[in-house]
Design a protein. Structure first.
Length: 250
C-alpha cells in the first residue's frame, strides 16, 4: 500500500455470484476463475468465496482453481462444520471466515452467534489456526459477539453490514446513523483489543463510503453488487470504481 494510505483499506472481491450465473446453465461459463484473474489484474486485494453446504455457487473444484490462478489471498467463507473444516485444512486458504449458514436462506442473513456457539467453535478455530489459516468470525457489531470473538482467540472479525444497508434502503436516517455508530464503536473496540476489524454484506457504491471511513476497518468484502454492476460495465471498471470510492472516503 502506498504511503498516501497510512491506514490501508483492502478490498476483497466475493466472486460467488459469477458461479451462480454459471450454475444457472450447468456449464462452465462464466468461470469464477476468470473473475479472480480480473480482480488480481485490476488491483483487488483478495478473493473471497463461500463454499456453501449446498454448493449453490462455488464448488469444491473451484477452490483449487482459484488458488492456482492468482497470487491474491483467498478468504474462504465457511460454515462451522466438520466437512468445511476438512476442506479448509486441505486447501489452506490465507483466511477462513466462519459464517452462519442456513440452507433455506438466500444469503448470509445474520451474524454468527460466536457467543452461543463457543464450544463448537473452539476446536474448529484451533485447528484452522494451527494450520496457519487466519481465522475471521462474521458477527454482528455487538459487544457480546466481540467479547466472544476475543475469548475464542479470533485474530479478525468481519462485521455484518446488512442491517446498515437495509436501513439506508428503507430511507431511515435514524436507524442508518445508529447502525453506523454501532459498527464504528465496535471496530474501535476490536482494534483496541488487538482484533482486526473487517466489514461486509450489502455494500454498494451508494453506501460504502461511511463504512470505508471508519479508520480501524482494514478490509471490506464485497460481492453481489460488484458482480451485478459487472453485467453492465464489466468487472474491472466496477472494481476500480469501488476502489476509488473507498479511497476517497479514507
Ligand atoms: N462477507 C461475508 C462474510 C459474506 O457472507 C458475504 C456474502 O456472501 C459478503 C461479505 C459479501 O456480501 P455481498 O455479496 O452482499 O457484497
Amino acid at each position: 500500500m502506498s504511503l498516501l494510505h497510512p491506514n490501508p483499506l483492502r478490498l476483497g472481491v466475493n466472486i460467488d455470484h459469477v458461479a451462480t450465473i454459471r450454475n444457472a446453465r450447468g456449464g462452465d461459463h462464466p468461470d469464477p476463475v476468470r473473475a479472480a484473474e480480473i480482480v488480481a489484474q485490476c488491483g483487488g486485494d483478495g478473493i473471497t468465496a463461500h463454499l456453501r453446504e449446498d454448493r449453490r455457487h462455488i464448488r469444491d473444484e473451484d477452490l483449487a482453481r482459484i488458488q492456482a490462478a492468482t497470487n491474491l489471498p483467498l478468504n474462504l467463507e465457511m460454515a462451522a462444520t466438520p466437512e468445511m473444516l476438512q476442506i479448509a485444512l486441505r486447501h489452506k486458504p490465507h483466511a477462513a471466515c466462519i459464517v452462519p449458514e442456513k440452507r433455506e436462506e438466500r444469503t448470509t442473513e445474520g451474524g454468527l452467534d460466536a457467543a452461543g456457539l463457543h464450544n463448537t467453535l473452539v476446536p474448529i478455530i484451533d485447528e484452522l489456526k494451527t494450520a496457519g489459516i487466519r481465522v475471521s468470525l462474521f458477527i454482528e457489531a455487538s459487544e457480546r459477539q466481540l467479547d466472544a470473538a476475543l475469548r475464542l482467540g479470533a485474530p479478525v472479525v468481519e462485521f455484518h453490514t446488512g442491517e446498515y444497508a437495509h436501513a439506508i434502503l428503507d430511507g431511515d436516517s435514524d436507524r442508518t446513523e445508529k447502525e453506523l455508530r454501532r459498527i464504528a464503536d465496535m471496530a474501535a473496540l476490536a482494534a483496541k483489543n488487538g482484533i482486526e476489524p473487517h466489514a461486509g454484506h450489502g455494500l454498494t457504491y451508494d453506501n460504502v463510503q461511511p463504512i470505508a471511513a471508519i479508520p480501524q476497518i482494514a478490509e471490506l468484502n464485497i460481492g453481489h453488487y460488484l458482480v451485478g454492476e459487472a453485467v453492465f460495465v464489466g468487472l474491472e471498471p466496477a472494481v476500480l470504481k469501488m476502489r476509488e470510492l473507498m479511497d476517497e472516503a479514507r
